[in-house]
Structure formats: C-alpha cells, structure tokens
Design a binder for this molecule. Structure first.
Ligand SMILES: [Cu+2]
Length: 511
C-alpha cells in the first residue's frame, strides 16, 4: 500500500506544473525544506480527479519536518504539511484509502462537503486503529457548490491532538464560481493557516502532548502554538504584478486559534464563505477566520509597487473578566469582526500576543493592465421559513473528578445518546446561546447553514457557512435545511479541545 501511494503522490507532485502556472508565486523564505519530506506550497500541486474519479492513498504518520522555530516532528498526510491538495468536480466519485501509521486511532472528516454522513462517506463515528487502513468511498452530488473545503481527523478523543500536531489538508471543488470571468482571470493561491508548537515542545513526549502553560489550562483555553505557518512555511512571500488580481482561498486549519487577517494598504474583497459564493463581493479591511472556517477573497494590486505584510492581528477569545482572572490579555475591537481598527490594546500578559504578527508578505513583481473586480457573483438562495426553532446553550462547568467540562444544553458529549432528532427535508432555526466566558465556533456537519441574526441584529448579507463564531455572551440564530441525506452526525465547537472536553452533540436526521 505504501508503494502505490508513494509513486502516485510524487508523480502528482512532479506533474503539478499547471496549477503553479495559474497560481500566484509563493516563495518559501524562512522555512527550510527537509531533505526527505519536502513541505509544499498548497496550490502548487493538486491531485485532481480524472474522468470523474479521485482516488488516492493518505498515510497519516509522524514526519520529520524542518520549520523555522517549529517542532522537529509533525503529524502529516503523505509526509506533507499541509496534506495533499485535492481538487474535485461536482458529481465526482471519491475513493480515499486512509492508512493509520500513528500510535492512536484516527479517521477522516470531509469538513463542509454535502455528502452522506454514514457508511464509508463522512462518517465521524468510524475509528481506524493504529496500523489499520480504511477505504472511504462516496460521490459528490452533481449540484455540489464550488468552494474551498477541508479534510482533517475527527475521531473523538484524538482529534485535537492530531490537528494540533499538524494533520489537515485542503479540498477544492470547482464549479460556476470558477467560471465567472473576473474570478477566472485572478491568480489563485491557497493559504492553509496553522499554528504549530515551538521547537522541542513536543519532542520526546510524542505529538500533541500539551504546551508550556500545562495541559489542563492549555486544553481548557484551546491550545495555540507560537509558530504561525502558511502552507507549512514561516513568512512565505507572495508575488503579484501591479494591476493584477489575486484570489486567496484561506483555510483556518488550527486547533483553536482565531486568525484575524489584514493586508497592509489593501482590502479583501470577500467572494465566498465556507460553503460557497456570495451574491456580490463584500469589501473588508480585515477578515476573522475561526477554526475550520474558510474564505475566498480577491486582492487588487492597486498600489504602484512595494512590499506589504499580511498580518495576523491580536484577538482574545475570552471575555474580559475571565481574561483578567486567568492572566489573559484582552484586546480592543474583538467584537469588530471584519471592520475593526486593527489595533490591539493590551491589558495584561497572556497566551495571546498583543501585537500584530507578520505571517506572509505580498511583493509586486512586474505589471499588467488593471484587472476589474466582479460586480456580481452567484445568487445565494434564502431558505424557507423554519418549521421549528431549537435552542443550544453553550457553556462550561467544573465536574467532580473530571475538571472543566464543556457543555451543550447542560450535557457533555456521549456518542450513545441522541441529542437532536430532525426530519429529512425540514428547515429549522437554531438559536446558539453562548452564556460562557469564551468564544465558541459552532460547526454543523453535512448541511450548510445561513446566519440569520446576531443578538437580534440581522446579518448584513446572506452567505453559506458551516462554522459560525458565537462569541462569549452572544446569541446567534442560524437556519439550515436537512437535505438529501438521512443518518447520524454531529455538531460541535471547533475549538477542538472544547469538543474533546464535551462540547459536541449528536444529530439524527430521520427520513
Ligand atoms: Cu469552544
């Protein structure tokens, strides 16, 4: 099984020139490539479906990596960080043979895809034992939206360790969005964002064994690593000609970190959220991406030239009282998602930096005739009125003998219990009430959702999402329809440490 994978993967890498030509040039600067396990710029070498089929082997394994200030070892798929970039078309048949060479059980979740939740499709209840293999086999619906999706492990009990340790990869579905002329004219680049532990932090103890602040506290907050990587590289350089248009497909592949991005002297023109295109671009000065969330933005090279920093701005995931009580910093503007000033105001030490951090640079190289932005994208259909409204209360508590547990409607996760039963074809509103002191990004599997309102204020534009930030103290109303696929799946907090500590529920969709 290894041999077939190895040949296939490296052949694909060698043959990946077309995507590199279409993409912006991404040059690794500070990162050094390991001799045997080269890191790659996601986007440079996709494995594409051929004749309506995508077939490949994915080997989950511990791999020696060489990243400036980063860990000596990471968990990878096929030796790559991020894992191989996969590219699909609607209607494709997908067959992925997952080989587990980790010391723990694992599995695969196809985050954001609208595919069956059971069998050998997006079945998070499967467990693949160390040394074992499993073949995933499913078909994308012919009307699946185009977008940027994300595969990662989802085996309850090991998911946070494995994602924090490095596992994850990007899955692109091509479609009508890609055929809009202005979008098609843009240079395309995937940015897979992942924070890794510092060098030696995971060294002798095996992967994912906590951080300097101690395992209990680290997990309770949600572990973040100090090494900020973009496609497995530290501060890579992007190049774009003056006048050019850059399409960034950005994926938050972190265990817990919220990435709050800004590009010096440039706006982001948001064209797609998690699960598909917007009706028209939305101009943003900054972009907040919670764990598991994706966004596609266009960047216009409208300056005369120069070199611009892509920044990760400060963000505190906890309300002020808790932050001070736990020695965490709190920054101004944390509620100004997408529109904040970009400045942070520290009021104490903590795990979250108070200053912007450079994660990549954009350099102008050459010039082209100025490319326009699209005026319109694709219609985002409103969902019908809901047949029912449910309430999900997110908070945490101390449990005797267990420490901090994270709860949905007062209960920690139990895979034997069915928490929510819905009818196939129904549209429902879910009111997500966060009365805790930490933000919780809420993720629903299989069916995308639309945010209707936040604290009663209507959402300014309609968009398809599958992860929704619910800030401390906030109530967010989402609407979803349980389309096409009956079966059993989950919803949970995508701070994966919180999910592991209980913040997950089971969803039964009955035909
Ligand atoms: Cu959470």
């Amino acid at each position: 099984m290894t041999h077939s994978f190895g040949r296939r993967s490296f052949l694909s890498l060698a043959a990946g020139g077309t995507a590199a030509a279409a993409g912006a040039v991404l040059l690794g600067r500070a990162a050094t490539l390991g001799p045997h396990h080269p890191l790659h710029a996601a986007g440079a070498s996709p494995i594409r479906s051929v004749g309506g089929r995508l077939e490949l082997d994915l080997v989950a394994q511990e791999t020696a990596v060489c990243i400036a200030d980063g860990p000596a070892k990471a968990l990878t798929y096929n030796g790559l960080l991020p894992g191989p970039l996969l590219e699909l078309e609607p209607g494709d048949a997908v067959r992925i043979r997952l080989h587990n060479r980790l010391s723990q059980p694992t599995n695969l979740h196809y985050h954001g895809l609208h595919v069956p939740p059971g069998g050998n499709a997006d079945n998070v209840f499967l467990s693949v034992a160390p040394g074992a293999s499993h073949t995933y086999d499913f078909r994308l619906p012919a009307d699946h939206p185009a977008g940027t999706f994300y595969y990662h492990p989802h085996r309850h009990g090991t998911v946070a360790d494995q994602v924090f340790g490095g596992l994850g990869g990007v899955l692109i579905v091509r479609g009508p969005l890609d055929r809009i002329p202005e979008v098609a004219a843009a240079r395309e680049q995937v940015l897979f964002l992942k924070d890794l532990p510092a060098a030696g932090a995971l060294g002798g103890r095996g992967m994912g064994m906590g951080m300097g602040m101690g395992m209990g506290m680290g997990r309770m907050l949600g572990r973040e690593g100090p090494v900020l990587t973009v496609n497995g590289q530290v501060t890579p350089e992007l190049q774009l000609p003056a006048g050019g248009l850059l399409r960034l497909r950005i994926v938050n592949g972190s265990n817990a970190r919220f990435w709050r991005l800004a590009l010096e002297e440039h706006s982001f023109h948001l064209i797609a959220t998690d699960a598909g295109a917007l009706a028209a671009p939305v101009e943003l000065q900054e972009l907040l991406l919670v764990p598991g969330e994706r966004a596609e933005v266009l960047v216009q090279a409208r300056r005369s030239g120069g070199r611009f920093r892509l920044l990760n701005l400060p963000y505190s995931r906890a309300a002020g009282g808790m932050g001070r009580g736990m020695g965490m910093g709190r920054v101004a503007g944390r509620r100004g998602m997408g529109r904040g000033s970009g400045g942070g105001e520290p009021d104490g030490p903590g795990p979250w930096p108070n200053a912007p951090q450079t994660i990549a640079t954009l350099t102008y190289a050459g010039a082209v005739e100025a490319l326009p932005l699209p005026q319109r994208l694709l219609p985002v259909e409103p969902l019908p009125e809901p047949v029912r409204t449910r309430r999900f209360l997110l908070n945490h508590a101390m449990a005797p003998g267990r420490g901090m547990v994270f709860l949905i409607n007062g209960r920690p996760y139990d895979h034997h219990r069915t928490d929510t039963t819905v009818r196939l074809g129904d549209t429902e509103d879910w009111e997500l009430v966060n009365d805790g002191v930490m933000d919780h990004p809420f993720h629903v599997h299989i069916n995308p959702v639309q945010v209707i309102s936040r604290d009663g204020r209507p959402e300014p534009y309609r968009a398809w999402r599958d992860v929704v930030a619910v800030r401390a103290g906030e109530t967010v109303r989402i609407r979803t329809r349980f389309s096409d696929y009956p079966g059993r799946t989950v919803y949970h907090c995508h701070i994966l440490d919180h999910e592991e500590l209980g913040m997950m529920g089971t969803l039964q969709i009955e035909a």
